[in-house]
Design a protein around this ligand. Structure first.
Ligand code: GTP
Ligand code: MG
Length: 264
């Protein structure tokens, strides 16, 4: 059974973390809180709720810095990233983990497939996300349904291929674009985004929307997926054809099968 690490960036989330940590499924092996800028009791609350929590310090500003520090510290076979504000329900982690145990490399939550949804999206963000998703799909020949959503899980080996370098919220775009360009096997699972429980959002729609667009252009045009240095299972879609593609599609004589069946 693969081990699961959950990475949670926190910036003044003392009020919201209790809900998040109490909803953590028991099969999660490691919970990593990445903090360094909170001025409230976020870290104390985390330690009080979960004695084995791993606290990583990242004083630089931005979700990208925080996630990269958390990923570097994670020891699980599977890494799940989710927010600390109560907008992503840890009880959904199983939906993300199971495709990864069945040959997928990268699993994304989607608010725009059946079973998913959002209590949190304003019409402006919804329209912006829709436009960015459409644009990404045209350029990447992908069929993502929800680009700007950061409930994501992947096999740890993927980090070697993804080579993340973003500092802010645009790390989500970087992850998603690079996963498609690297030929990872990607699945989307439904996710219900809830309202932030309390406190203020750190996202600014226009500033961060622009950063997402700029990152997308850069990633699509400039970034090239590495072909060496990564573990083969992560790159299998690039390097290998499915082993059964040449399995002959000719009619089978039933007599060649039936004696075998009756013998068993
Ligand atoms: N460590 C760390 N965590 C951060 C930083 N900025 C944001 N976060 C965390 O990243 C997560 C996402 O931030 P939010 O402010 O909720 O942004 P969002 O979910 O994209 O926007 P909303 O939908 O408006 O909530 C939360 O858990 C924040 O606490 C940062 O600079 N450092
Ligand atoms: Mg949020």
């Amino acid at each position: 059974m693969a081990s699961v690490s959950v990475v949670i960036p926190t910036l003044n989330e003392e009020m919201n973390l209790p809900w998040v940590l109490r909803r953590m499924p028991s099969y999660v092996d490691e919970v990593i809180i990445v903090d360094g800028r909170s001025t409230d009791n976020t870290v104390k609350v985390a330690r009080a709720l979960r004695v084995d929590v791993l606290v990583v310090s990242e004083p630089r500003a931005g979700k990208g810095w925080a996630l990269r520090a958390g990923f570097a510290a994670a020891s699980g076979d599977i890494i799940v990233m989710l927010d600390a504000d109560g907008s992503m329900d840890p009880q959904e982690i199983g939906w993300f983990v199971s495709p990864l145990q069945h040959d997928f490399d990268f699993v994304k939550g989607s608010r725009h497939v059946t079973g998913g949804g959002s209590e949190d999206l304003t019409w402006l963000r919804k329209a912006g996300n829709h436009a960015l998703t459409g644009l990404a799909n045209v350029v990447l020949h992908s069929n993502y349904s929800d680009l700007c959503y950061g409930y994501i899980a992947f096999r740890r080996e993927c980090l070697e291929v993804l080579q993340l370098e973003s500092d802010g919220f645009e790390i989500e775009t970087e992850l998603i674009v690079r996963a498609a360009k690297a030929g990872l096997r990607i699945a989307e699972v439904p996710s219900l985004e809830l309202d932030r429980i309390s406190g203020a959002s750190n996202l600014q729609t226009f500033r961060d929307g622009w950063r997402v667009l700029r990152t997308m252009a850069h990633e699509c045009l400039v970034w090239e997926a590495p072909t060496a240095g990564a573990r083969p299972e992560v790159l299998r879609r690039v390097k290998y054809a499915y082993s059964n593609v040449s399995f002959p599609r000719t009619p089978t004589d039933p007599q060649s099968v039936l004696p075998l069946m009756s013998a068993s």
